[in-house]
Design a protein around this ligand. Structure first.
Ligand code: LLP
Length: 421
């Protein structure tokens, strides 16, 4: 459920007509709902109630400072995957002991910054990385809390580009080698081994792959404990999917996911950590765009809009489906028509949807892409020298621009000219 609903035929973000925001901010732009962000965070938090836990929002999904502050105020931790994300989390006021650091390529400098600034744990993905964390910890005279990310070789049954838990993927260490790697970790004086980490992929629409992976982690927990390791925290990653096609998809709810987690791991008496990104931010954001032209092709109509693949890459990168709806609800009985919905970028891949059935639109009309809050703004680029589009946060009947559109001048002035020119 989200807070982008039609009221009297007009799409609202919470209590504000989206068209009013568009009139002030200009299109295209991203618009987020505070109530939806909060609701989704709480669903996870409540799903794990009764178990010691921390919900660490995977901020790669949407990392604007205002979004981070909104979630941090509810007690969220953060899952970061770069020095930049770590700095963003700290800047938003998240204490180090609520920040976990994931990712296969943490550099010496990133590790140094996180260990100096405070960190809940590193989710270590390889032995070479383990060696660097150990060295930096010794240099700083501290012990680095770590889990090892294990790769359980489980098929997440999602898009190949976002599946991470198969042995052919670059992530984690093979679960078959875990005992050996933990023994090595325990021998390094700069490390404190506290748990196990696993993350098998994103946009999972079934619980079975999670359960399979978590059962393997449960068995490993017992083995590692028998080996003498104090496994007291399990980081279960993120990945729970959202309904992009509302009428056709019903992925499991956080409460069902939470029940499965408790059932599979409850007997171990461990602290549970989860790293949801998409489910918190995805349906909490829309992308608003304006129709520039409707063009009649040989055998189809093109709806050319001012948003493009550089603003929302998901359709061209993952063949992802986003519902695209007019800001003014169609009158009952109106005949729908099929459009290929495309942006202005000079690539055929700049296509959001093919033969999409929509109420008729004309130049100047506004449309909204639903479920665009996660992996939208954060994956945007300035391709074709198109400015990064603004982000707006709504709360009740108020809204604020939380990142403004840069001017062309600002963009151009980031380049510097060598003296020989
Ligand atoms: N934890 C780790 C270690 C991850 O790699 C990810 C996502 C998450 C948590 C959060 O997963 P979520 O709950 O959001 O599914 N750009 C792609 C998605 C990439 C996901 C990468 N890792 C997309 O637009 O579909």
């Amino acid at each position: 459920m989200d807070h982008f609903l039609y009221r009297d035929g007009v799409l609202h973000a919470e209590d504000i007509p989206v068209a009013e925001i568009a009139a002030e901010v200009g299109t295209p732009f991203y618009c987020y709902s505070t109530a939806t962000l909060e609701r989704h965070f709480r669903l996870f938090d409540e799903a794990l109630a009764g178990t010691e836990h921390l919900v660490c929002y995977a901020m790669k999904a949407a990392s604007n400072q205002a979004i981070l502050k909104t979630l941090a105020a509810l007690g969220a931790g953060m899952d970061v995957v770069s020095g930049g994300e770590y700095a963003r989390a700290k800047a938003a006021g998240v204490p180090g002991d609520r920040i976990v650091f994931s990712g296969v390529g943490k550099t010496h400098d990133e590790i140094h910054a996180a260990l100096s600034g405070g960190i809940r744990q590193f989710n270590v993905e390889s032995e070479p990385e383990m060696a660097v964390i150990n060295a930096v910890a010794l240099e700083l005279g501290v012990k680095a809390p770590i889990t090892v990310r294990v790769n359980p070789d489980v098929d997440a049954k999602t898009h190949a580009k976002i599946a991470t838990g198969k042995s052919e993927n670059k992530f984690g260490i093979p679960i078959s080698r875990a005992r050996e790697v933990y023994a090595h970790a325990a021998s390094l004086p700069g490390l404190e081994v506290i748990g196990i980490d696993v993350h098998i992929g994103s946009q999972l629409t079934e619980l079975a792959p999670f359960k399979l992976a978590y059962e393997k982690v449960a068995a490993l927990t017992e083995e590692l404990r028998a080996d003498g390791h104090d496994i007291r925290r399990l980081d279960l990653g993120g990945g729970l999917g959202i309904p992009y096609e509302r009428n056709n998809e019903a992925p499991p709810l956080p409460v069902e996911y939470g029940a499965m987690v408790k059932e599979t791991l409850g007997h171990l008496n461990v602290e549970i950590e989860i790293e949801p990104g998409r489910l918190i931010a995805g349906n909490a954001g829309i992308l608003v765009s304006k129709v520039i032209y409707v063009k009649e092709g040989e055998d189809r109509k093109f709806m050319i809009i001012d948003g493009a693949m550089n603003d929302l890459i998901r359709p061209s990168m993952y063949e992802a489906f986003h519902e695209i709806v007019p800001l003014k609800e169609a009158e009952p009985g109106v005949d729908f028509t099929k459009y290929d919905i495309v942006g202005p970028v000079c690539e055929t891949g700049d296509t959001f949807a093919k033969e999409r059935n929509m109420p008729p639109v004309q130049s100047g009309d506004l449309v909204a892409f639903r479920s665009a809050g996660a992996y939208g703004a954060v994956m945007a680029s300035e391709y074709n020298t198109r400015p990064l589009i603004p982000e707006v946060l709504v709360k009740g009947d108020q809204f604020a621009v939380i990142r403004r559109r840069p001017t062309f001048e600002e963009m151009i002035n980031r380049d510097t000219i060598p003296e020989w020119l």
